[in-house]
Design a protein around this ligand. Structure first.
Ligand code: HEM
Length: 143
């Protein structure tokens, strides 16, 4: 990723990375089929689960994963480490039957959240699309 895109991704991520629960809530609200994949959350109302410890733990796992991925962007010699964590993510989600279409839904939901909680423009959107493309290129190869 070019340096200006890395900066845009890091800056906008830093604005929302503490909204762990709100991010997962936004994803589940927009795409109930994602919620339905979770044995702990399937079939329950979002309002009844969003305050639970299980929900907070999972929200934190997802946000931490993105923080790790983003922390590697623009740093030299991190390609092998990035590839390893993305491959593991693809494999663990393949084992749960998660589809590429659902990963794309997740992408859309996270982008909407980012957009509504940051000063937004086309360059920032493009930077995030590149960051997701780079991420999903590896994840999908393992899915
Ligand atoms: C678990 C991250 C997308 C369903 C996890 C974990 C992480 C994670 C870090 C815990 C470690 C592991 O088991 O691998 C992410 C990221 C995503 C993503 C970064 C998008 C880029 C999705 C989608 C679905 C999904 C789209 C469903 C449609 C699950 C389920 C678990 C899980 C069911 C197991 C939860 C449990 O039983 O504790 N995810 N995930 N994930 N993820 Fe994802």
């Amino acid at each position: 990723l070019p340096a200006n895109e890395v900066a845009a991704v890091k800056d906008t991520w830093n604005h929302i990375k503490h909204d762990e629960v709100a991010i997962l809530e936004a994803v589940f609200k927009a795409y109930p089929d994602i919620q339905a994949r979770f044995p702990k959350f399937a079939g329950k109302s979002l309002d009844s689960i969003k305050g639970s410890a299980d929900f907070a733990v999972h929200a934190s796992r997802i946000v931490s994963f993105f923080s790790e991925y983003i922390s590697f962007l623009g740093v030299e010699n991190t390609q092998p480490a990035i590839k390893t964590i993305l491959n593991e993510l693809g494999q663990s989600h393949r084992n749960r039957g998660v589809t590429k279409a659902q990963f794309e839904e997740f992408h859309q939901a996270l982008m909407s959240y980012l957009k509504s909680h940051n000063m937004w423009n086309a360059d920032i959107a493009h930077a995030w699309d590149d960051a997701f493309d780079k991420m999903y290129f590896v994840v999908f190869s393992a899915l």
